[in-house]
Write a protein that binds this ligand. Structure first.
Ligand SMILES: Cc1cc2nc3c(=O)[nH]c(=O)nc-3n(C[C@H](O)[C@H](O)[C@H](O)COP(=O)(O)OP(=O)(O)OC[C@H]3O[C@@H](n4cnc5c(N)ncnc54)[C@H](O)[C@@H]3O)c2cc1C
Length: 432
């Protein structure tokens, strides 16, 4: 048994870790196994990738490229392949992954199971929109090939299905043309939510990537930095060679606390505001700034941290976000990693996919036990009232009624569940 945690480091639990390394043997390995769940890079924050006391199928050994057609941009690979390795292979050859999240240290299997989104949602949708097909192995030893045109109901259940329909062993991805690794970007400070929404609307047609950092500690909350970017062929520049730093230890208490937050946010906002404007930026710096500080999650100390990511419909988005910021200020809390982003008017194909039209607010909070959970109760009430949902990839404590209200295709999805698969999240929210 090995102790395993997820990115939030809310605890570490004993698991029997079984490594899957040969895609032709996965069916044999799953058949007859005690109930388990696939584990990729463990970059989910809560309990979606955990199964305390049970089996984890570690899929990072399934990391082979199977085929790449440079003319059509079709890439086939095993499900443990890292998005980082795909980007490094394909970008110099004129292609790019159309959708990647804020870290490239995740597996293709994890990207599919959470149907991850990135800064390009309004143009490209989510990860599942760019899949040509996947191979799914069930714990009864059967294998299902599915895709948008082949057994589409199995495909729709598995994309965003939190790993509960089977273990994905292979995927074929349609890449997007790109001129090179550079983006032309613009950073614009904004003073309140109205200005944020104006910038988001104005940027929707002309900018492929948009995101914003919001300072939820400032008085009144709502000021922030809006960032947008487009790929550019630009001139050839030397690629950044910067050495990555590592957070070397777990401090005895969270370094992110009420005292440090105000200072952090004030310095960050003003420094970025001072350097705002246009620039040419390498894709790794623009898309994955957090990957530059390895193991940054240790900053939150031994109790770990929660990430709370909600999504509310656009019509009520401004008021709901304002109300959430108000609750956070009222509770005397704040978040350094606070991201506000609009999703485009696109319907996700996964039955349990998180993205849908609206606005999503993402916040990190150090784990302060009951105090933090009390704040979440108030935030949940706002999300529930707004008809919104919480992202499963980040969740560790959403109540079941909010889950059921937020994911109306749950009953349909459950028909495709693999009975030999179970996670801490599935037991908490589905009861098995
Ligand atoms: C710094 C940071 C930034 C992030 N930014 C974003 C963002 O912008 N947008 C976003 O959407 N997410 C974001 N995330 C969350 C992250 O993208 C997802 O949690 C992703 O699913 C993690 O992939 P993983 O390989 O680590 O999978 P894990 O976390 O190990 O597992 C995630 C889920 O995938 C399932 N799974 C993994 N492999 C397979 C497989 N082969 N077959 C079946 N199921 C499988 C697991 O069972 C689990 O349910 C971010 C995370 C971090 C740490």
């Amino acid at each position: 048994m090995v102790r395993v945690s997820s990115w939030g480091r809310l605890g570490s639990w004993e698991h029997e870790v079984r490594s899957l390394t040969d895609r032709y043997q996965v069916a044999n390995q799953l058949k007859g196994s005690p109930a388990g769940i696939a584990y990729g890079m463990g970059r989910s924050y809560g309990d979606v990738c955990l199964n305390p006391g049970g089996v984890l199928w570690n899929i990072t050994g399934l990391d082979r490229f199977i085929g790449f057609d440079q003319n059509t941009g079709r890439l086939a690979c095993e499900a443990g392949t890292l998005l980082r390795d795909i980007q490094r292979l394909v970008i110099p050859r004129g292609w790019i992954l159309p959708v990647t999240p804020g870290t490239q240290q995740i597996t293709v299997g994890g990207a599919i199971a959470n149907d991850v989104h990135g800064k390009s949602h309004h143009v490209c949708g989510s990860f599942g929109d760019h899949l040509q097909g996947i191979t799914l192995t069930r714990t009864d030893g059967t294998t299902i090939e599915c895709g948008p045109d082949l057994l589409p109901e199995w495909f729709a259940a598995t994309v965003g299905g939190a790993g509960l329909t089977g273990v994905i062993t292979e995927a074929e991805i349609k890449l997007r043309r790109v001129a090179g690794p550079w983006l032309e970007t613009e950073t614009l400070p904004y003073t309140d939510l109205d200005e944020f929404f104006r910038l988001a609307d104005d940027s929707e047609s002309g900018w492929e990537h948009t995101v914003s950092w919001i300072d939820c500690v400032s008085r009144g909350g709502g000021r922030g930095l809006f960032m947008r970017g487009n790929p550019t062929d630009g001139e050839q520049r030397p690629e950044p060679q910067g050495r990555k730093l590592t957070m070397p230890f777990v401090p005895p208490i969270s370094l992110v606390n009420r005292m440090t937050l105000g200072l952090f946010n004030m310095l960050y906002f003003n420094l970025k505001k001072w350097r705002a404007g246009k620039s040419i930026v390498h894709y790794e710096s623009f898309f994955y700034p957090l990957d530059n500080l390895l193991e940054w999650n240790r900053m939150y100390g031994p109790k770990g941290f929660f990430q709370y990511q909600s999504l509310v419909p656009r019509e009520v988005g401004r008021d709901a976000v304002q109300a959430m910021l108000g609750e956070i200020a009222h509770a005397g809390e704040g978040s350094f990693l606070a991201v506000l982003k609009t999703f485009g008017n696109r319907k996700a194909l996964g039955m349990m996919s998180f993205p849908r039209p609206g606005v999503t607010l993402t916040l990190d909070f150090p784990n302060q036990g009951a105090r933090t959970l009390k704040l979440f109760e108030r935030l949940n009430a706002i999300v529930r009232e707004a008809g919104g949902r919480i992202y499963l990839a980040k969740d560790a404590c959403m109540p079941r009624d909010l889950f059921e209200a937020g994911y109306p295709r749950l009953a349909e999805f459950l028909q495709y569940r693999d009975p030999g698969i179970s996670s801490a999240l599935s037991r908490r929210l589905i009861g098995a």
